[in-house]
Design a protein around this ligand. Structure first.
Ligand code: NAD
Length: 492
């Protein structure tokens, strides 16, 4: 069992002031995995104070972009140097299969390298702007927002940390990172790696803790300038309200119920593979998961048969066992939530084709079979609400217009996908889908270079790419008057 009794504040490992702790469990067998320090409001105050000092008086925001980039690259190297250990820790904490965890860790390192490159570009970022009134000279500069609070979920513990920490550091911000109480372990390792990479004390503070305590105290803290949140819609909405009081800069990456439109001219094998990847990857605990599939009616029966057959072949088990493609859900609570959604779907009249149960061979652990529903009533929670588990809903459509209507008839707008041999049709449909991310003839590939985020209740703002850096930068105009008196410019 791991013992993590300390918080990482101002470059030091400190015990929580109120002595709080929480327990973390291995989802594959429900055993106790770790006891972890729980930050309380006094610790949040200390950590925000440290981040504030590091921002207001420390070297980090005053370094050149190139100097910050070299630290970011050393963090990337540090992650890679410990890749195997971090991947195993992620599996034990979150439950995902090892190859997925290895991919996450490599991607987290790549994210730091990507933002190192963007940090360098900030050195030449100042942009002169030509004005119609030639008596003025103007330029636009970008500056770090200040102290950022990063609050992240449990589905990609280290990767979600990287998506926030890397751009914030590149911009010159300082941070307090609060990982999910379900999966805090790799964020604590990131604190060690960042310190070893030479990040000055106070620039990155890591506070494991409960959402309603550490999380709430952090987002409400007046010393925080920016709140970057990834998580559920209800928490995002609460955070927005808390941030409103001080008019804090916020970005929210929230939930989804992403549609995948499959036209009848698609390759059925490719369609089934992308659907499986889209909904069973990470046990479906993916904000952009392919949870609603719309299939053109002539292909519908064949696709349903092929999909449920493929789902029945998936090997389920402990993520550390070779060949396992589906691990357990992250927690007892998530298992109960997904089980309840399945039961409600059945009660609402959806047709269960495969799964829906705890696998018989897994006596312990929060496992759920890969689950395929067809003919799902359009008003049901199964079709409309985010389930965040390995549960796919498939419905038929007759026309392109109907497919678009069904796809867009959702409170969410994170991701969507379309598959057809007719690329012109794909491009046309892509432009009409109400989502921040649209995939053509695939589903889920994610790149550090491209913006990530949604419309409607899926959130506000974009992470990743140059857009992700913008989250942590303020834009300032500097305008110089070259001649004349005050009233002169106005009256003439
Ligand atoms: P959650 O909202 O329960 O928790 C997210 C984080 O917020 C955790 O660290 C939690 O401790 C903290 N928190 C909880 N209450 C808080 C409060 N009152 N104030 C401040 N912080 C608080 O979400 P979750 O269950 O951890 O994650 C699953 C959700 O995350 C899903 O809805 C999923 O779609 C979403 N998600 C979105 C993206 C995206 O990029 N859009 C990516 C991953 C996950």
């Amino acid at each position: 069992m791991y013992q993590r009794p300390h918080l990482f504040i101002e470059g030091q490992w400190l015990a929580p002031q109120q002595g709080g702790q929480f327990e973390v469990f291995d989802p594959s067998d429900e055993s106790l995995l770790a006891r972890v320090a729980a930050a309380g409001p006094a610790d949040v105050d200390l950590a925000v104070g440290a981040a504030r000092r590091a921002f207001d008086h420390g070297p980090w925001p005053r370094l050149s972009g190139a100097e910050r980039a070299s630290v970011l690259r050393r963090i990337a190297e540090g992650i890679r140097a410990r890749q195997d250990e971090l991947a195993v820790l992620e599996v034990r904490d979150n439950g995902k299969p090892l190859p997925e965890a290895q991919w996450d860790i490599a991607d987290a390192a790549g994210c730091f390298d990507f933002y190192a490159d963007l940090a360098e570009r900030l050195d030449t970022d100042e942009r002169p702007v030509a004005l119609a009134d030639a008596r003025f000279r103007a330029s636009v500069v970008r500056e770090p927002v200040g102290v950022a609070a990063a609050v992240i979920p449990w589905n990609y513990p280290l990767l979600m940390a990287a998506w926030k920490v890397a751009p914030a550091l590149a911009a010159g911000c300082t941070l307090v990172l609060k990982p999910s109480e379900l999966t805090p372990l790799t964020a604590l390792e990131l604190a060690c790696i960042a310190a070893e990479a030479g990040l000055p004390a106070g620039v990155l503070n890591v506070l494991p803790g409960l959402g309603g305590e550490a999380g709430a105290a952090l987002v409400e803290h007046p010393g925080v300038d920016k709140v970057a949140f990834t998580g559920s819609v209800p928490t995002g909405s609460r955070i927005m309200q808390a941030a409103a009081r001080d008019v804090k800069n916020i970005s929210l990456e929230l939930g989804g119920k992403s549609p995948f439109i499959v036209f009848a001219d698609s390759d059925i094998e490719a369609a089934v593979e992308w659907i499986m990847f889209g909904i069973f990857w990470n046990q479906g605990q993916v904000c952009s998961a392919t949870s609603r599939v719309l299939v053109e009616r002539s292909l519908y029966p064949a696709l349903l048969a092929r999909l449920s057959d493929a789902a029945s072949q998936i090997r389920i088990g402990n993520g550390l066992t070779e060949g396992v493609l589906l691990g357990p859900l992250v927690s007892a609570g998530q298992h109960a939530k997904v089980s309840a959604a399945i039961a409600q779907g059945l009660a609402d009249g959806a047709r269960l084709l495969h799964g829906g149960e705890r696998p018989a061979e897994q006596a312990k652990g929060w496992f759920i079979q890969p689950t395929v529903f067809a003919d799902v009533p359009l008003h049901s929670a199964l079709w409309r609400e985010e389930i965040f588990g390995p549960v796919v809903c498939v419905n038929p459509f007759d026309t392109e217009a109907e497919a678009l209507h069904l796809a867009n008839d959702s409170q969410f707008g994170l991701a969507a996908a379309v598959m057809s041999a007719d690329l012109e049709r794909c491009e046309r449909v892509a432009r009409k889908l109400q989502a921040g991310i649209v995939w053509i003839n695939c589903s889920q590939p994610t790149f550090s270079e491209l913006p990530w985020g949604g419309v409607k209740r899926s959130g506000i703002g974009r992470e990743l790419g140059e857009w992700g850096l913008d989250n942590y930068l303020e834009t300032k105009q500097i305008t110089r008057y070259e001649s004349g008196d005050a009233w002169g410019w106005y009256l003439t």
